[in-house]
Design a protein around this ligand. Structure first.
Ligand code: PRP
Ligand code: ZN
Length: 286
């Protein structure tokens, strides 16, 4: 039987949808299967396991799953023996200290002797130790944001994504401890057959990630401005230049990155480019 890679994905929560979408964009379809524990992917030698994110590092370490999609925050907190093999660019959030808006606490140092509620005791204790702050860590597994209101803690250390949870609980951020995003972790002793499948998956993921950061640009340029315009557009190798039916004009095609996008578009217009079209790229293979 063909070997399959077992991929652990968050069952429900912030990373579930983006993880499934990424797999789909890599040509790996697991259907609409959130209610199952395990499904076989179509078109790719993989089985998807839906698990609680907090359990994924341990399952990957123990070889129950071969790889997992999980937040860096969970990987660092659980501190299991796994390899982080790829950052995924979604699920961005930060782990922060937060305090009730009315508390007279100005910095992390003011938390000395105070009680901090968190689901991240390992990361938090490392941070406090490094800063030589002696505080009392109170570990709870969920709803950390209500701890100050019910008198359980003076401060919390929790994940912040949009900031809505802090805002609606009248908490303000004091300090960021860690920036996090979704990553792929893998078991430390994957067989050569599984490593081969993992490389195939990573190749596809990198193509999808690259395409998200790039746009395809088409524009019309007066021939006397071609050098200046092509200089602004490096493209994958170099821009494609094709003559237009109208003499003296050319069509230029290229790829630009999202970060340079507006800057380059403005310069292209200044150089006389017209009819600029910008098109999303689905896959980008180098
Ligand atoms: C985190 C955190 C907050 C929320 C913050 O939970 O515990 O409840 O997200 O997000 P916001 O700033 O957008 O309001 P998470 O999604 O990691 O759930 P889990 O801890 O139960 O896995
Ligand atoms: Zn969780």
């Amino acid at each position: 039987m063909e070997k399959k890679i077992r991929i652990a994905i968050q069952k429900s929560g912030r990373l579930h949808d983006d993880s499934m979408r990424l797999l789909k964009e890599c040509g790996i379809d697991a259907g609409n299967s959130r209610n199952q524990l395990r499904v076989a992917a179509t078109n790719f030698p993989a089985e998807i396991f839906f698990l609680r994110d907090d359990d994924i590092p341990e399952y990957v370490q123990d070889g129950v799953a071969d790889i997992g999609f999980v937040g860096e925050n969970v990987v660092l907190e659980k501190n299991k023996k796994v390899n982080t093999v790829e950052k995924l660019g979604f699920g961005k959030c930060r782990l922060s200290l937060a305090i009730p808006a009315n508390k007279r606490i100005r910095s992390a140092e003011d938390l000395a002797g105070k009680k901090i509620a968190t689901s991240y005791p390992h990361i938090l204790s490392g941070y406090l130790k490094k800063k030589k702050i002696k505080a009392d860590i109170h570990t709870i597994s969920g709803s950390v944001e209500i701890a100050p209101r019910i008198g359980l803690a003076d401060a919390i250390c929790d994940l912040v994504s949009s900031g809505n949870t802090l805002f609606s609980n009248e908490l303000t951020e004091l300090e960021t401890i860690l920036q996090s995003e979704a990553v792929i972790i893998s078991n430390n002793d994957l067989s050569p057959a599984l490593q081969k499948i993992l490389h195939k998956l990573l190749f596809r993921i990198q193509s999808v990630k690259r395409s998200r950061n790039n746009k395809y640009v088409l524009l019309n340029a007066p021939n006397e401005k071609l050098d200046a315009i092509c200089g602004l557009l490096p493209g994958m190798r170099s821009p494609t230049v094709l003559p237009l039916a109208e003499p003296g004009w050319s069509s230029v095609h290229s790829v630009i990155t999202e970060t340079d996008f507006w800057n380059i578009i403005e310069q292209l217009k200044q150089q006389g480019a017209e009819g600029i079209l910008v098109i999303p790229i689905e896959k980008m293979i180098l």
